[in-house]
Write a protein that binds this ligand. Structure first.
Ligand code: PHE
Ligand code: CO
Length: 285
């Protein structure tokens, strides 16, 4: 999600404004980059009907941005009237507080650079394909859009309370890797999954990972993997559940959680609502 330091990050941070925004400079993308975008989009869009929630699928279909790298201003002309969000261009990962402040003001930071062709299947840092394809369609859903703003405000508070780690786990297991229980079966709304060619099928169909019912405090106590597919995914019933569960003041939650040891990513608890008990043992994949 975010990092406190810009060292060794891939973007060009030399020309940004104080809030870390830059111009998208859309005319600077090469024909090869637009072609790579088309290939990434085509591969991923073909997987969406089977694996994405309806809200994502419908927004993607309406936006139809597969022909070339999209212009942020063109999408903003649709996004602002829909949910009052806007995209802002950024060089890459942001410091936590900068990121939270953008979200709190209904601005979603989108990285301007595109991965290299050799990174077609896997990329370490989020690029424009992940940020755009994975995150932007969900910002058209009013409840999810409100959740994202509330998360940003909550982040500023968590920073003051020394609880960023716990709140970051919530982002990871919802915004990036969340599953949702729908009439058509389990689907995903998580950007890290939706922009991944491999994990989108894995998270829903593989017997290996745990699929567990959403439980706010349990999630904020659970470690996650950043360099492999997730060992556990958490399932919401609907976006209202997510919004309502996160509405209370987290201050006392953080106090309680600070006294506890975090769970490993592969842990299954007796209290979990288990959709699938994974075949992974702790530490192995
Ligand atoms: N309600 C949380 C708090 O008081 C903020 C929050 C909202 C966090 C939505 C995450 C998601 O800290
Ligand atoms: Co992301």
């Amino acid at each position: 999600m975010t990092g406190e330091t810009q060292h060794n990050l891939r973007g060009d941070y030399s020309r940004m404004r104080p809030d870390y925004t830059v111009e998208q400079e859309w005319l600077g993308y090469s024909p090869e980059q637009h072609e790579l975008w088309r290939r990434l989009y085509a591969r991923q869009a073909a997987l969406i009907p089977d694996y994405a929630c309806d809200e994502f699928r419908d927004a993607l279909r309406d936006l139809d941005f597969g022909a070339a790298i999209p212009r942020f201003d063109a999408i903003n002309a649709k996004l602002e009237p829909a949910t009052d969000w806007q995209l802002v261009a950024v060089p890459g990962l942001l410091p936590d507080l900068t990121f939270f402040d953008h979200l709190a003001h209904r601005r979603f930071p989108v990285t301007v650079w595109l991965r290299e062709p050799a990174e077609f299947d896997y990329i370490v840092e989020p690029d424009i394909f992940h940020d755009f394809f994975g995150h932007v369609p969900m910002l058209f859903n009013p409840v999810f859009a409100n959740y994202m703003q509330a998360y940003g405000r909550g982040g500023i508070k968590a920073h003051e309370l020394g609880a960023i780690e716990m709140l970051a786990r919530l982002y990871w297991y919802t915004v990036e890797f969340g599953l949702i229980d729908t009439k058509r079966g389990l689907r995903t709304y998580g950007a890290g999954i939706l922009s991944s060619g491999g994990e989108i099928g894995y998270c829903l169909e593989s017997p290996q990972p745990n699929r567990i019912g959403f439980d706010l405090l349990r999630i904020m106590q659970t470690l996650y993997k950043i360099d492999s597919y997730q060992e556990s995914y958490f399932v919401i019933r609907d976006f209202e559940q997510l919004f309502d569960a996160t509405a209370p003041d987290f201050t006392s939650y953080y106090e309680r959680l600070k006294e506890r040891e975090p769970y490993a990513a592969s842990t299954v608890l007796a209290s979990d609502k288990v959709y699938n008990r994974g075949k992974l043992v702790s530490g192995a994949i």
